[in-house]
Each structure stands twice: as structure tokens, then as C-alpha cells.
Design a binder for this molecule. Structure first.
Ligand code: UT7
Length: 379
């Protein structure tokens, strides 16, 4: 039996704090007019101090599981695509696994810059198509506000925070993720980079003084790269799926710059109604942008069963990726019954208690070992 990887759940989360172009004009030498004209961005969301990539990823994941009415304990794998993990390790995906009570799931982070979510869709769907797994949660989540130099007008006007998630499920109904294009060109790595904090430039007083823990980007070069790869990757993914430009129902590109999206749409000969844009309200949320756009497209009734969606990502690496998805779930989905919502709430509270007890268990065991066996590392 041929297996397919269908998207059966989706969810998003954005912080409530809105930062407008006018707010930014009070912080750096810029203007609402310049930002709108050169990028298409009007406002973006900024995480509250108690919010992180993991907390936003968890909210998006819970929403996706709710739509699919899926049990977190049955998840096989959790992939979090992010350039702004809570820690270098443990993986943010493990924090999500713990919070969801996804006791059977493997979990890892995926680093492919803004392309991360589309890379994750490819990895997750292949895990399902191969027969290895039945349910994979793919999340794109970012807290870019924590790595932005708020005095650099070249970058600080572009980015925002948020998270989006999809649940992929094995199915024998033809459709789901039909084709995949992955690309990379590491020679362009310096064009979009967070220079310090890794093994090349570990954190030091000097790296902090030289602003090396912030995003550094050669905007015009990345712009040129993005306009070249976006339409090309979309075409390749379509060809691989045996489809044509006319078959595209909705084009969901990484939301980095309205001019990049328009250029790709023109090359693909797509009318505006087949191109989804929401970067005016969120800015560039890196790996979260495509899943957030997908959620809003569904919310706005722009996706229906049988549609062919083309999703494209591009960004740091340099990387790019494209997939064609044949939408398989009837829309709109009905609201979950109240008792299911309550049951789910109880499940997540239990996951929190379980996590606390397990953390306590690790501490008690370590203390007992120290007491009865002594410190083995000293031998
Ligand atoms: O998600 C990862 C992928 N990232 C991207 O796709 C970003 C791709 N790049 C871009 O979207 C665009 O290159 C930017 C929006 C970043 C910049 O737009 P641009 O049209 O390429 O502008 P530029 O960098 O060539 O700068 C043009 C002028 C410069 O002034 P001078 O040298 O001509 O006097 C900049 O200093 O605009 C100036 N400038 C600004 N002015 C007002 C740059 N940023 C700003 C600003 N406000 N925020």
C-alpha cells in the first residue's frame, strides 16, 4: 500500500505585543513610509519577557493537535525548526515533547534558517512515507527579537516573533506532501549570520562588545538570492509532482519581503488571489512564517480539499526548499466538543506534573547515588 503524509492539524501562536513601524521610527533613523515601501511590513509581534521559542512552539503545537483531535502520547516525532532555540542544547523540540506529554516521541531541532519549516516538512513527510512513523509534528518557531540589534535599522525593522505547527499523519488517501526540493549554498553563509555563540566565536566580553550575538545581514545580496531561488524552487517542486503552474491553488512563500513575493508571483504568472501575504502584520518570522501563513490562509477560507499548495522557504545557509501539498482535509473543521477541550487541558496539566515529578526523580536519584556510592568521577 502506498503511504501518504497528509497535513491533518495546524496551529499558530503570536505574542500579543505589537511593534509598529512608527514605534521603530522612534528608536532608529527610519520611517513608516520606508519600511512599507521597501518591505511591505506594517507591524510585527514581540515576545513578552516570559515567552520563549519553546513556549510559543508549545502553544502552536497544542492548537495543531486540537484541530486534528490527536493524542500527544501517540506522536512519533517532533521537529522544531528554529534559528533561535531556547538553548544550544537541549533541543527546543525536547522542551516541547516534555510539555505536551509526548512520551513516545523522538525530538530534535532543525537548523536551516528561515527555510527550516519547509525542510522539516520534507523530513517529517519522508519519515511517514518510508513507513517509519505515523504521526510527526513539525513546528517553526522563533524569538528573533532576542537576537536583533535594536540600533541597526538595516535589520531591526524586518523581523518578528511567533510560531506555527502542522501535524503530519500517515494516510492511504493520495495527497499530502507530494514533492520536495531542498537546496543549500554554504558559500553564501556570511551573507546572513549570527557570528558568535558557537564554537568559532564562543561568547566572550569581546563578542558582546562587537555586537556579534546579533543578526548580521547583507540585505541586498540576500534579496537577489531570494528572488532567484523562490520561483525556481517552486517550479522544480511542481515538475517533481507532475504538475504545472496553472495547477497552483495557493502560493505560500516565506514572508521576508513583499517585493520578493511579488517577483516570484510574476515569474510564476500567479494572480494576486493565488498568492498569500501576511507579512504586513508579522514581519519576517523566519521559520515560523510559512506555517503561520498556512494557518491564516485556512482561517480566511483560501484553502479547500483537493487544492495544490506550493510552499517555499529561503534564508540563512544559504538554503531554500519547496514542497507541493495536495490538501486532503475537508474545511472548515468543526469546533471540538467542550468535554474534549477539558480533557485535553487535563492532559497538559498532567504532562506538567509528570515533568515536575520526573525532574524531582532525577535529583533524588543523583543525591542517593552521591550518598551511597560516592562521587565516581573522582576515581
Ligand atoms: O528571511 C531571511 C531572508 N532575508 C531576506 O530575504 C531579506 C532580503 N533583503 C531585503 O528584504 C532588503 O534588502 C532590505 C529590506 C533588507 C533592504 O532593502 P533594500 O532596498 O535592499 O535597501 P538597501 O539595503 O539597498 O538600502 C538602501 C538605502 C540605504 O541608504 P543609502 O546608502 O542609499 O543612503 C540604506 O542605508 O536605504 C537605507 N536603509 C534604510 N532607510 C530607512 C536601510 N534600512 C533602512 C531603514 N530605514 N530601516
Amino acid at each position: 500500500m502506498t503511504r501518504y503524509a497528509q497535513i491533518v492539524g495546524w496551529g499558530m501562536y503570536v505574542p500579543s505585543k505589537v511593534l509598529t513601524n512608527d514605534d521603530l521610527a522612534g528608536m532608529v533613523d527610519t520611517s513608516d513610509n520606508w519600511i512599507r515601501e521597501r518591505t511591505g511590513i506594517v507591524e510585527r509581534r514581540i515576545a513578552a519577557p516570559n515567552e520563549t521559542t519553546a513556549t510559543m512552539a508549545i502553544r502552536a503545537a497544542q492548537a495543531a493537535l486540537q484541530v486534528a483531535n490527536a493524542d500527544p502520547a501517540r506522536l512519533d516525532l517532533i521537529i522544531v525548526a528554529t534559528a533561535t532555540p531556547d538553548y544550544l542544547f537541549p533541543a527546543t523540540a525536547c522542551l516541547v515533547q516534555d510539555a505536551l506529554g509526548a512520551t513516545r516521541a523522538g525530538a530534535f531541532d532543525l537548523s536551516a534558517g528561515c527555510t527550516g519549516f519547509v525542510y522539516g516538512l520534507v523530513v517529517g513527510s519522508q519519515m511517514i512515507i518510508s513507513g517509519a512513523y505515523n504521526q510527526v509534528l513539525v513546528i517553526g518557531a522563533e524569538t528573533l527579537s532576542r537576537i536583533i540589534n535594536w540600533t541597526d535599522r538595516n535589520t531591526c525593522v524586518l523581523f518578528g516573533d511567533g510560531a506555527g505547527a502542522v501535524l503530519l499523519q500517515a494516510s492511504d488517501v493520495p495527497g499530502g506532501v507530494l514533492s520536495a526540493v531542498l537546496g543549500a549554498d554554504g558559500s553564501g553563509g556570511d551573507l546572513l549570520v549570527l557570528p558568535a555563540g558557537g564554537s568559532r566565536h564562543p561568547a566572550s566580553v569581546e563578542t558582546v562588545a562587537q555586537n556579534m550575538h546579533y543578526i548580521h545581514m547583507n540585505g541586498p545580496e540576500v534579496f537577489r538570492f531570494a528572488t532567484q531561488v523562490t520561483a525556481r524552487a517552486a517550479r522544480q517542486a511542481l515538475a517533481e509532482a507532475g504538475l504545472h503552474l496553472e495547477d497552483i491553488s495557493l502560493f505560500i512563500s516565506h514572508q521576508a519581503n513583499g517585493r520578493i513575493i511579488q517577483s516570484a508571483a510574476k515569474s510564476l504568472k500567479l494572480p494576486p488571489e493565488k498568492v498569500f501575504v501576511n507579512l504586513d502584520r508579522y514581519g519576517n518570522t523566519s521559520s515560523a512564517s510559512v506555517p503561520i501563513a498556512l494557518c491564516e490562509a485556512i482561517e480566511q477560507g483560501r484553502v479547500k480539499r483537493g487544492d495544490y499548495l506550493v510552499m517555499v522557504g529561503f534564508g540563512a545557509g544559504l538554503t531554500w526548499a519547496a514542497v507541493v501539498v495536495k490538501w486532503g482535509v475537508p474545511l472548515p473543521v468543526s469546533r471540538p466538543l467542550r468535554r474534549i477541550v477539558v480533557w485535553r487541558w487535563v492532559r497538559y496539566r498532567w504532562a506538567t506534573i509528570r515533568s515536575y515529578l520526573r525532574r524531582l526523580g532525577w535529583k533524588i536519584l543523583a543525591a542517593l547515588r552521591g550518598l551511597f556510592i560516592g562521587d565516581s568521577s573522582s576515581g
